[in-house]
Design a protein around this ligand. Sequence first.
Ligand SMILES: [Zn+2]
Ligand SMILES: [Zn+2]
Ligand SMILES: [Zn+2]
Length: 435
Amino acid sequence: MTSGDRRRTAADEVAGAACCRRPVRLWGTTVEPGTGELGGRRFLVACKDRRALLCPACAQRYQADAFHLVVSGLRGGKGVPASVAGHPACFLTLTAPSFGPVHSRPATEKKDAVCRPRRDASRCAHGVARSCKVRHEPGDPRLGTALCARCFDYEGAVVWNARVSLLWQRTSVLMRRAVAAVGGLTARQQAEVFRFSYVKVVEFQRRGLVHLHVVVRADGPEGSGDPPPAWLDGPTLLAGVEEAVARANVPAPLGESGGTAVVRWGEERTARLLADDDHDAVASYLAKYAVKAATEEPGLVHRLDGDPGRALRRADPHTAALVEAAWRLGVRPELSSLRLRAHAHTFGYGGHFATKSRLWSTTFGALRAARARHAREAAGASDDFLEGSFSYLGRGYFSPEADGLAEVLAEAIATRPRRVPATSPSPSSRGPYGR
Ligand SMILES: [Zn+2]
Ligand SMILES: [Zn+2]
Ligand SMILES: [Zn+2]
């Protein structure tokens, strides 16, 4: 093969795996359409990783799918009727409480606002100043790290992360109850009158705590095609949501170590009704966060399979302290249900990063299947594989030239501007404190 041939083959390989940085190599048994004769062929499948840090091409497709999934539940499309735009919907951002002061950019527009201004020169019990007069730039590595590591409750933080999915479940039950009470409905009657659909994206703040962005929509009992009763208007929905968020709590089994005994939402939270012209901005905002990883720390991309020491070699002390707290607590019998060692690399959080209720809109699976069908039709390829005959060969391309090309492309995709506009959905929604 000439070098030109090799380049062309490599380009075909990379294009065939949709520019994935590290595709999966599979072997499949084929069936000859006319004769039924069996054969075999190796092929590549894109990794479909959600995290832009790992695979920019797959993450970008995920981001585009997330956008369509969210926006179709707000203004229709992908099988959802356009009348859904008339259902009341609200957008919430829910954060964790404070587990100790961290370096941050103040959420004010004041130009000279510093991290932690204080007139007095007080110090914590460990002799560390309680103030920080620095105006941190956006990329400052100190952002989100503790002012005093010994004052920061790392154990409380990882237990909070581990409990947040349950806290959200509890919140959604209380939401339904609060709104049912306005309509004079019992829990049983409620299900026949209205339902809530939601889509939620989990994001890590710089301080290592998760932070939820949720859209809640009120429907009739049948979902997106069924309007809620007239009395269930926007203000009623918003009041119910706010009441539920304020009241929701779940116990944290953090017995004798003295951390938070009850897990609740922090004070830094927002809830507002969505207007028609918010739909695209909210969908792109959620989609943007859906592709973020917990941390940029390369050692913490996957589950840790042994002592975290090696993975944490290059981590900053704040990140390391969170992982170590999860690892340490992971052996406690009273915390075994939290599976903290399995989730130490995500600081205790073990849930999904983008979730939706069943009747929100379409699914990621449906969007992917439609794209695969379209690609097959465009390529004129027939599906000649014998079902269930696939076996795993490994990761990466067949040729080193293709691996090299995919790496160059990944770099280019990661640094070029995003196709989906990454605008903030409201002028007032600057990141909450501690980002
Ligand atoms: Zn990929
Ligand atoms: Zn600071
Ligand atoms: Zn201290």
